[in-house]
Ligand binder design. Sequence first.
Ligand code: UGA
Length: 428
Amino acid sequence: MNVCVIGAGYVGLTTAAVLSSLGHRVSCIDQDKKKVTMLQAGRIPIYEPGLQDLIEENKNRLRFSDDLAAGINQAEIIVLAVGTPSLPDGSSNLSFLYKALADAAANIAAYKVILIKSTVPPGTNRAVLNSLREKGYGPDLLDIVSNPEFLREGSALKDMLFPDRMVYGLFEENERVLQLLKQLYAGIDAPELVTNYEGAELIKYASNAFLAAKISFINEISRVCEKYGADITHVARGIGLDNRIGPAFLQAGIGYGGSCFPKDLQSLSYTAKSSGLEPLILDAVQSVNASQLTVYIEKLKSLVPAFPAVKTAVLGIAFKPETDDIRESPAAALIHALNKAGCEVSAFDPKASLPEHLSGVKQTSNPYDAVTGADVVILATDWQEIKNLDWQRVKQLMKGETLLDARNCLVPEVIRAAGLIYEGVGRL
Ligand code: UGA
């Protein structure tokens, strides 16, 4: 099939690369000319494992351009994957989506199916379709499908090729559209769920909210563990073995971040409040997350009496491993808080760079340089490369001996055997 993907962010690029690998001819369109030039030269603007190679392998079927008209003209399917960031009041900024849709619609001369992958509040797909129908785009010209994505940064290719489910939100029963979707995703084997627009929109929000709730839940329980001498990793394993709960997303730490959970929780809460509801759980999830870092910094203060007159090394800047994304990163927020408190900070990350407002903080290209002379080392992002450090060497290079594992990803006995004092989050 001929497919036009609008938006070359991590969802758009992953979708374009995977669809081309399934045999489709894909044009990936972005209005950012600089980004397009970079992609045309075979370089990708983000770090996502395997993506560069997949794009290279499929370059005969995958092209990048800023020419929307040409992309749309040739396509049977248009995939919309533009960002929907938060506005200051917590609602979603849909202006990029509306602009992309208007531009796309203006170029439609024959029947197309538009898949909206962008995360949008309930009611958006319906409003968009109604408005297009009013402008004369009848069912002979276009149909819209709400087709949320469930990709995680760091494992986006695998998540798209082997998803847990495929969700299609339709305006009404539509066999023609379902047949086209079958063709588009031929080669991907997953349970399919067909629902209305609002159902699909809410499946996406509720999935992210539930995952974030698991994290805030385990973080809150980790605080109780600390008070009563239990180890949160044992508690998490104990509850996760219950099939009804499951083991995933029960790793306590310094909170969730990234471009999705914080924005989606805010947007869903805003949406619920706009209709007169009181989203108690959604708000509690966010408030536990917001205070988790403060709780951790208080812990650091109690462990290191000289605080803030200490040199701290923070290992990890990205919001999670296997990405260079620092949006809403708890690690970056930690570095900011330490810097603001007056600590001397050095930071290391295998892929991510410090944000501009932290240009005063030293970033090293090697983890051992970051820990040299440090009173305290804090592991803030659970990269494999960081977990595998030679902790005896770290101890020799440090001035102090305290290691804070803010992701609960190390084996305390190994760290203690290296002569360091180990402190996790709610761990013994
Ligand atoms: C998330 C969802 O997992 C995807 O399914 C969804 O498609 C995506 O948002 C999106 O809406 O586009 P992502 O933000 O890439 O994916 O990353 P996650 O792996 O979900 O991690 C989010 C945050 O939670 C990270 O900061 C991570 O360190 C933290 N986390 C995760 C924990 O603190 N504990 C855990 O047990 C798991």
